[in-house]
Design a protein around this ligand. Structure first.
Ligand SMILES: Cc1cc2nc3c(=O)[nH]c(=O)nc-3n(C[C@H](O)[C@H](O)[C@H](O)COP(=O)(O)OP(=O)(O)OC[C@H]3O[C@@H](n4cnc5c(N)ncnc54)[C@H](O)[C@@H]3O)c2cc1C
Length: 454
């Protein structure tokens, strides 16, 4: 396997993800990698949903916390693991063209050379070249606001942490992120930046002064970035031998920090399937389950980031809505309803009466033969009448060959079954929904990423 990376150096300078959520921690744990991440990160018992505090300390998992860790650290640790498994990472190698045929994909590189592979996975970010060359559509909603982020030094920092403080023109955060630097974030709702506008310290400073009235004496930026709340998703994750994962497949506002975690979960879902197909252990159709399982998950992530940016607006109606949301999130039953979905292995939304789509790789279940209950010839029993266990045993003895053919018992005549000690799963689920007030039609699958991402 080869990884092609356009950048000549590992990325350390860009200010992006600052945390990993529960499901991603569980996946890293399954792979035996979590300890390295824990050594570089800092667990926090909760996250937020549109800046409303969300605590998941009692989530049903071994890792009920957000792991605060910089994306550059995550990338370094994953690169270290890739090297251990013999994966070649080719830095400074840009893909510019691709062609696929029934046996593989030919990739054209910026230096004019070509590579041949059985499959190609485009993990090349929101402006994915692979997605464009494959002609996969990327529909969604455009940006309605502008966020800026800077890791900067402050000569006059505030005397306390500020997180998403709301003012007339937007909200802002000032958080200590290192011994001598702060992360400053602004969300402006009355300005949509042009993609070509330069991202400068002056621009961040001007925005902060517009929202707060001061820039806290910011200088010497380590990193600066800008993003909007455009939310888009590839309409299919697979085109023949080309697949998409991560931001190439889904792009959204980093509300709750869900992008990196969703991408990691994508590739964990895809990785073993590709290995099984390439090694001839599974049919190609297995790869279609990747879209079936992961597309709905990112669709929900997009939905909850749209909801979060809507809740960030600073008008009075939104303030009222935020209070209602804060009350709801404070309720244990509401908060825990996210945990139910979090345990859903593939996180596929399914409502009442709908099962998650069957996976192509699962072995077909043998058809059950209808159970025919038999009764000895004799007078009909009245419905509901009690039949002792000894009589039931005798009924089976009577059904042996050589004896007169037993007569099927009508359902209403069957002896009443003893109530099982544990109610069946469906009944337990309905009872749980009833207790939580969610109602049986409630579509679960609210992943923890929502207030986190994972
Ligand atoms: C401000 C901000 C904060 C965020 N916070 C969080 C958070 O707290 N938690 C979280 O989970 N997520 C967060 N995210 C989202 C997260 O950063 C992204 O989801 C994640 O980086 C996506 O990873 P990716 O590998 O899919 O794409 P990218 O990180 O965009 O990587 C794509 C890579 O492909 C390379 N590439 C592109 N084109 C080519 C080509 N033609 N040939 C070769 N290589 C190419 C690029 O150089 C790049 O290295 C945040 C994002 C932002 C902007």
């Amino acid at each position: 396997m080869q990884v092609l990376e356009r950048e000549a150096e590992p990325r350390t300078a860009e200010s992006r993800a600052g945390g990993l959520h529960i499901r991603t921690l569980e996946i890293l744990d399954q792979r035996g990698l979590l300890d390295r991440f824990l050594a570089k990160g800092r667990p926090r018992p909760g996250a937020h949903y549109a800046a409303l505090p969300l605590n998941f300390a009692d989530a049903p998992t071994r890792h009920p916390y957000l792991l605060v860790i910089m994306q550059s650290e995550v990338e370094n640790l994953l690169a270290e693991h890739a090297a251990e498994t013999g994966t070649v990472i080719r830095l400074g190698t840009e893909l510019q063209g691709l062609e696929q045929d029934p046996t593989g994909v030919t990739v054209e590189l910026a230096d004019g050379s070509r590579l041949r592979a059985q499959y190609l996975v485009g993990c090349d970010g929101g402006r994915s070249t692979v997605r464009r060359l494959t002609g996969i559509a990327f529909p969604g909603t455009p940006a309605t606001m502008t966020a800026m982020l800077g890791d900067v030094h402050l000569t006059d920092p505030p005397d306390h942490d500020i997180f998403q403080e709301r003012r007339e023109h937007g909200n802002f955060s000032v958080l200590p992120f290192g011994p001598d630097w702060h992360r400053v974030i602004t969300n402006e709702f009355d300005h949509v930046a042009d993609r070509d506008e330069p991202v400068t310290l002056e621009a961040l400073s001007a925005t902060l002064r517009k929202i707060v009235g001061t820039d806290f004496g910011m200088h010497s930026p380590r990193r600066l970035s800008r993003h909007g709340d455009a939310a888009r998703q590839a309409d299919r994750y697979r085109d023949g031998r080309v697949l998409l994962a991560g931001d190439a497949a889904h792009l959204h506002f980093p509300a709750g920090g869900q992008g990196l975690s969703t991408g990691v979960q994508d590739v964990v879902n895809l990785g073993w399937k590709l290995a099984a197909v390439v090694n001839g252990r599974a049919p190609e159709a297995l790869l279609d389950t990747y879209h079936a399982e992961r597309h709905p998950v990112a669709a929900r992530v997009l939905q909850n980031t749209r909801a979060q940016t809507a809740l960030w607006r600073v008008d009075e109606h939104t303030s009222a809505l935020r209070e209602t949301m804060a009350d709801l999130i404070g309720m244990d039953a509401v908060r825990r309803s996210g945990g139910r979905d979090h345990r859903d292995r593939h996180q596929i939304p399914h409502g009442r009466g709908r099962r998650p789509p069957r996976q192509a790789h699962a072995r077909p279940r043998p058809r059950r033969r209808p159970r025919l209950r038999t009764a000895p010839p004799g007078p009909r029993r009245t419905p509901g009448s009690h039949r002792p266990a000894s009589a039931r045993r005798r009924r089976h003895r009577l059904a042996r060959p050589g004896r007169p053919h037993p007569r099927p018992i009508h359902r209403a005549q069957r002896p009443r079954r003893r109530r099982r000690a544990h109610p069946p799963r469906r009944a337990r689920r309905l009872a749980r929904q009833h207790r939580s007030g969610a109602g049986p039609g409630h579509a679960p699958n609210r992943s923890y990423d929502m207030a986190r991402p994972v």
